[in-house]
Design a binder for this molecule. Structure first.
Ligand code: SF4
Length: 335
C-alpha cells in the first residue's frame, strides 16, 4: 500500500479523494467507489500501487489506436479496479473486483516494467489498459515518467472519468489516449455505468487541447445507445469540439457481465459508420471482420493509406513523412 495523491483530510478523520468525479468522502476503514483506494487511519492509500494483474505485449491496433505508430507493438499493463460500473463491462473480472479479493497479483516495480518494454520486440512503449488506469494513478504516473525518460511512449486506454487537476498533471507524460465515449446521454451513463456524461466530455476536451494524440471508442449496444439522432449529436460534438480528424472506433457489443441483449447487428454498425463519416474523417468498425471499414483513407483523395486484416497492418500508401503517396496530403497518423 502507498499513500495516494490528490486527497484532502477533514477534521474528523475522514478523507476526501479528489482523483475522480466521485470525490468520495471516506471514514476510517472505508474504501472508495473504485474499490481500490481506502482511508486507513486518516490517510488515503492506494491498495493496488504496483500490483499488476495483467502484463503482455499487444499490437497497438488492439488498444485500439489506428493513427499512432501503426504496425507496432506496445507492452500493456493492467491492475484491478474501476470507477465506473458498466453492466456490459468486457473486463469485469479485473475491473469490478476489490483489490483485497483478487488472487494472482504480481508485485512489479516501474523500473522492471520499463526494462521489459525496452527489450520487447517492435515495441514503442507502455499502454496502461485492461482495467481503468486512473484508479492506479500513482503507479501509472511513476511508470510513465520513467518510461518517458527512457524514450518510450505512454498510452492510456480509459473511461475518461478523472478530475481536471490529476489529468493535467498526467498529460505531459502521456503520448496517446483512447477514451471511451459510451453514449451521448446522461441517462445512459447514469443507468448503465453509474457515472455521468459531462466529466467524460470535459476530459475529452482537455486532451484535445493538449499535444497528446486522441482516439475515441464507442461500444454500440442495440437499443441502448444506437439511436441515430443521439448518435448524430455525438458525432457533431466530436467534430466541432475535438476536431473532425479525431478517429472514432465503433465497436461491436457482445453479451457480457450483467447485460444479455443480443450482439449488435452488423447493419446497425454500418448505418452508424456511414452517419459518422459525414462529419468525421476517420471512422472504424471494431470487433468485426470488415477490412473495408478498418482501413485508413486519405482525407483528401480517399486513397487507402493503411490496410488492416484483424491485427495485420499494412502501410500501403503513406510515405516515411506520413504523407499520402498519391496526393501528398499529410495524414493524421503518427509514425
Ligand atoms: S478514485 Fe476511487 S476513491 Fe477516488 S474519488 Fe474516484 S472512486 Fe472515489
Amino acid at each position: 500500500m502507498q499513500e495516494a495523491l490528490f486527497y484532502s483530510k477533514t477534521t474528523n478523520g475522514q478523507v476526501q479523494c479528489e482523483l475522480c468525479p466521485w470525490n468520495c468522502i471516506l471514514s476510517d476503514g472505508q474504501t472508495g467507489n473504485c474499490k481500490v483506494r481506502s482511508n486507513q487511519n486518516g490517510v488515503l492509500l492506494t491498495e493496488v500501487y504496483n500490483k499488476v494483474a495483467a502484463l503482455g505485449s499487444d499490437p497497438i491496433e488492439k488498444k485500439p489506436l489506428y493513427h499512432f505508430y501503426p504496425g507496432k507493438n506496445i507492452l500493456s499493463v493492467g491492475e484491478v479496479g474501476c470507477n465506473l460500473h458498466c453492466s456490459f463491462c468486457q473486463n469485469h473480472r479485473i475491473s469490478q473486483c476489490k483489490a483485497s479479493e483478487f488472487i494472482g497479483f504480481h508485485n512489479i516495480s516501474a523500473k522492471k516494467i520499463v526494462k521489459e518494454a525496452l527489450k520487447t520486440w517492435n515495441n514503442i512503449g507502455i499502454a496502461y489498459t485492461y482495467n481503468e488506469p486512473f484508479t492506479f494513478y500513482e503507479f501509472l504516473l511513476e511508470t510513465a515518467q520513467l518510461a518517458h525518460s527512457k524514450g518510450l511512449k505512454n498510452v492510456v486506454v480509459s473511461n475518461g472519468y478523472i478530475n481536471e487537476k490529476p489529468l493535467q498533471k498526467l498529460l505531459p507524460v502521456i503520448d496517446a489516449f483512447n477514451i471511451d465515449l459510451k453514449a451521448f446521454s446522461n441517462d445512459f451513463y447514469k443507468k448503465y455505468t453509474k457515472g455521468k456524461l459531462q466529466p467524460v466530455l470535459d476530459t475529452l476536451q482537455q486532451i484535445a487541447k493538449s499535444p497528446a494524440h486522441l482516439e475515441i471508442t464507442t461500444l454500440v449496444i442495440p437499443g441502448l445507445n444506437d439511436d441515430t439522432s443521439e448518435f448524430k449529436s455525438m458525432v457533431n460534438w466530436i467534430a466541432s469540439e475535438l476536431g473532425e480528424s479525431v478517429p472514432l472506433h465503433l465497436s461491436r457489443y457482445y453479451p457480457q457481465y450483467k447485460l444479455n441483449a443480443p450482439a449488435t447487428p452488423i447493419d446497425t454498425l454500418i448505418e452508424l459508420y456511414n452517419l459518422a463519416k459525414t462529419q468525421l474523417q476517420h471512422v472504424y468498425l471494431g470487433n468485426v471482420s470488415d477490412a473495408q471499414r478498418s482501413a485508413t483513407y486519405c482525407a483528401n483523395c480517399n486513397a487507402e493509406l493503411i490496410s488492416r486484416n484483424h491485427y495485420n497492418t499494412e502501410i500501403s500508401a503513406l510515405d516515411t513523412e506520413g504523407k499520402c503517396k498519391k496526393c501528398g496530403t499529410f495524414a493524421s497518423v503518427i509514425m
